[in-house]
Design a binder for this molecule. Structure first.
Ligand SMILES: CC(=O)SCCNC(=O)CCNC(=O)[C@H](O)C(C)(C)COP(=O)(O)OP(=O)(O)OC[C@H]1O[C@@H](n2cnc3c(N)ncnc32)[C@H](O)[C@@H]1OP(=O)(O)O
Ligand SMILES: O=C(O)/C=C/CC(=O)O
Length: 256
């Protein structure tokens, strides 16, 4: 097994969260890399769906956006965006949504809208897009983002996509029928919501990472589960699949 970067570990650990039977609504960016590594390794029959309506897509290179022709060219079929949302997503036909974000809080609520006050933003982010609907309508949500103090914060300035709200049974109280975020995969560790409080808790630590490093990079006092395992390191196959798709993507986008 060769050396690997924290980002590679994160992408591969995120890919492993998916199963062959999943129907997965894929977010652009880090989630898209993870979903395609899953498809190219342990989950060849996974159904990947992007918001542009592309169903069962098998991109050879990672898409720049949901509108990238690569998605439609390699899809089983493509439906209209209203059909994607109303029939597929709101119809409960999608098992898993995979999202990223700029900021997250301890109940896995996501901010992709604005950092700083809404009217006087420090950073204006891409916005919600389909993420709020994905977060509420997919059977469960996986989230992947690097652990950092600026990303993992105590109180979000803006909640774009609801995770577990104020914690506990908040989703249920609002009438939401889906599970919400069940796993957050970072470059240092994996977090899962506590079954009762729904507060994100460290369940797995990547090889070579210390508890201190994790604590130092989080904006709230992070809890650790009673049993914390070490994340299995990437296999040669996982690493070469990830590196190959990244290299193909870079070459394709440089040429475009
Ligand atoms: C189908 C779907 O895709 S769902 C549709 C909705 N879209 C999403 O949910 C997309 C979610 N993803 C995102 O918003 C983006 O990927 C981001 C903002 C999280 C990351 O953007 P990237 O360009 O990939 O990465 P990067 O980390 O370099 O951030 C770019 C800039 O955004 C800003 N930024 C990102 N995160 C933060 C943060 N937590 N605090 C302040 N600024 C931030 C910074 O200006 C940063 O530049 P810098 O690192 O030089 O300061
Ligand atoms: O509008 C959205 O929801 C998603 C946007 C992401 C993209 O344009 O690739």
């Amino acid at each position: 097994m060769s050396d690997f970067t924290p980002t590679e570990m994160m992408t591969i650990a995120a890919a492993r969260a998916l199963t062959n039977d999943d129907v997965c609504f894929v977010g652009i960016g880090a989630p898209s890399a993870a979903c395609n590594v899953a498809r190219l390794t342990h989950a060849p029959d996974i159904t990947l769906i992007y918001e542009s309506g592309t169903v069962g897509t098998k991109p050879d290179v990672l898409p720049l956006s949901i509108g990238d022709g690569e998605l439609c060219d390699t899809a089983l079929f493509t439906v209209s965006v209203p059909e994607m949302f109303r029939y597929w997503l709101q119809g409960g036909r999608i098992t898993t949504g995979f999202l990223g974000g700029a900021q997250i809080d301890k109940f896995a609520n996501l901010n992709t809208t604005v950092v700083g006050p809404y009217d006087h933003p420090k950073v204006r982010l891409p916005g919600g897009g389909g993420a709020p609907e994905i977060a509420s309508n997919c059977g469960q949500i996986f989230i992947t983002m690097a652990l950092s103090k600026r990303g993992f914060i105590e109180k979000l300035p803006f909640i774009t996509s609801m995770g577990h709200g104020e914690g506990g049974n908040h989703r249920e109280r609002l009438g939401m029928k889906t599970k919400g975020p069940t796993r957050v995969i970072t470059d240092l560790c994996i977090l899962e919501p506590d079954p009762i409080t729904k507060e994100l808790t460290v369940v797995s630590i990547h090889k070579g990472v210390t508890r201190e490093q994790i604590t130092e990079n989080c904006g709230w006092t992070l809890k650790f589960a009673d049993e914390v395992i070490e994340t299995p390191v990437p296999t040669e196959t996982e690493l070469s699949v990830l590196r190959d798709i990244n290299a193909r993507t870079k070459k394709a986008h440089e040429a475009a």
